[in-house]
Design a protein. Structure first.
Length: 487
């Protein structure tokens, strides 16, 4: 295995045990050193660490207006978000057989809400999302996307895993309020600080701190279900604390830990199918629409690639050449998820880095994703309960998983600068820019530049050259827009 994981099984030279039943045979559970119990725990852990999207996506998309001043319904957005996550996570599990859950991509939904919508109608914006997903599917069908993934040097793939670990740990610290952005009015160059005021204050942060201590203690003792136990336990603690202490709802963030008045609610499918495939070209202009699609493709393409490689690596599923099993199907399903998100008006869907929480629980197969998908399907009807788990109870899992992914750093040869420097930039840029895509781009570009500087041009795969050119355009998107008159 690539690093210390909770409840992991070390590989041996002995042949894998024979499948016990058709379920075991299909998902290759025993072959991958897992058990149905671990897969179920992994699916539960992944769901609880990414269930925040049921709250966050309606807030992001619902807070924006399109060119004509129209808002999207919060209830309909929650239904669309849960529906696509349920269906596509299950398809990824059954078709890709990887512990990768799918839901609306953060960052991508912000592009749709604050860049696309102001220049067109909501159906037009979602139509561009559908086109983005179709284009990715074409890249997969031609073998280009898989070829790009296989062309990336193994140390860079390992650096992607480490960078994702740092990134999700940072997400956990920020979501829990342990770290926060210093307001611009502070007139300081320090971007983040401890707590909201430079010190830790309030009961919610205390719940998070206790959750981190509980999680790391359970992980260190290699307790089965450590991450899930921590999430459930701290959710109960948060509910109790919130019921007896005078805590403003805003202190908890997006999710307040209290039992809702109504447990069951009917889903509203009103947004399904409301998209216009080419309306964005008419409303915003061809050049602007093309650049929007280009931005979405690059972001989705490499965010998903980084997540798939990183999660598969941590699960010990990469082969000796660093390739992901069933990668063709996995990438096609991920592209289809973007299409489904546009059709449902939930924005582009993609593989979720929080799937690492499930891997940390021992998940190694697609059965865990099927479990996660089933829970999202349940959330369609239990939407009031979807927001019970506060980020302060779920975020400790991200800290623990960040540690597990960080262990990949030992496999990188830090004495070889032509690999070590791109690896470092990949790792550093992800959390510092809050983007997996930016980190991968920094790694690609620096790898090419350093190889050229050292006279090792022949070491650069032609596809790495092509991807680096795309990343150069990605980072220069603003001056390109200005030069092409798209602003």
């Amino acid at each position: 295995m690539s690093g210390p994981v909770v409840d992991d099984v070390k590989p041996t030279s002995a042949p894998p045990p024979a499948p016990r039943n058709p379920l075991d045979r299909y998902f290759r559970i025993s072959e991958r050193g897992s058990t149905p119990g671990r897969e179920i725990r992994g699916g539960l852990a992944t769901f609880f660490t990414m269930a925040y999207i049921l709250v966050l996506n309606p807030i992001i998309l619902g807070s924006a207006t399109d060119k004509f001043g129209h808002h999207l319904s919060t209830t309909q957005l929650l239904t669309a978000t849960a529906l696509v996550a349920a269906v596509m996570s299950a398809i990824m599990g059954v078709g890709g057989n990887l512990p990768l859950a799918i839901a609306t991509g953060l960052g991508l939904n912000a592009v749709v809400a604050f860049q696309l919508a102001p220049k067109m109608s909501w159906p037009d914006a979602m139509g561009l999302v559908v086109l983005e997903g179709l284009l990715i599917c074409v890249l997969v069908a031609t073998g280009l996307r898989e070829a790009i993934m296989n062309a990336i040097p193994l140390p860079i793939k390992q650096a992607i895993s480490v960078g994702i670990g740092m990134f999700i740990a940072f997400i956990g610290l920020v979501d829990a309020g342990f770290a926060s952005r210093i307001p611009d009015a502070a007139k300081t160059t320090t971007p983040v600080q401890l707590g909201a005021t430079g010190t830790l204050t309030g009961w919610p942060v205390l719940v998070f701190c206790l959750g981190v201590l509980l999680t790391v203690a359970l992980v260190a003792r290699k307790v089965k279900g450590a991450i899930l136990i921590s999430i459930v336990a701290m959710t109960v603690v948060a509910i109790i604390v919130n019921s007896i202490a005078d805590i403003p709802d805003a202190a908890w963030g997006l999710t307040v830990p209290k039992m809702p008045d109504d447990v069951v609610a009917s889903p509203d499918f009103g947004l399904i199918g409301h998209f216009s495939l080419f309306g964005g070209f008419r409303e915003a202009g061809v050049v602007t629409a093309v650049l929007f699609v280009f931005t979405l493709v690059l972001s989705d393409f490499f965010d998903a690639m980084g997540t798939i490689v990183g999660i598969s690596n941590e699960a010990g599923l990469l082969d000796e050449r660093g390739r992901v099993p069933n990668i063709g199907r996995v990438l096609f399903i991920d592209g289809a998820a973007a299409v489904a998100g546009g059709i449902a008006s939930s924005s582009s869907n993609t593989a979720y880095v929080e799937s690492a929480a499930g891997v940390g629980e021992g998940a190694r197969t697609g059965l865990a994703s099927v479990v996660t998908g089933a829970l999202f399907a349940v959330a369609l009807f239990l939407s009031p309960l979807a927001g019970v788990v506060p980020s302060q109870a779920a975020a400790p899992a991200l800290i623990a998983v960040g540690f597990l992914l960080m262990a990949q750093v030992r496999n990188i040869d830090w004495t070889q600068y032509d690999i070590a420097i791109p690896a470092f930039l990949t790792i550093a840029v992800m959390p510092f820019t809050y983007s997996i895509t930016n980190g991968i781009g920094a790694g690609f570009l620096s790898y090419v530049v350093i190889k050229v500087a050292l006279g090792k041009v022949r070491d650069i795969h032609p596809l790495v050259w092509g991807v680096s050119v795309c990343f150069a355009a990605y980072f220069a998107i603003d001056p390109l827009q200005q030069a092409l008159g798209a602003k």
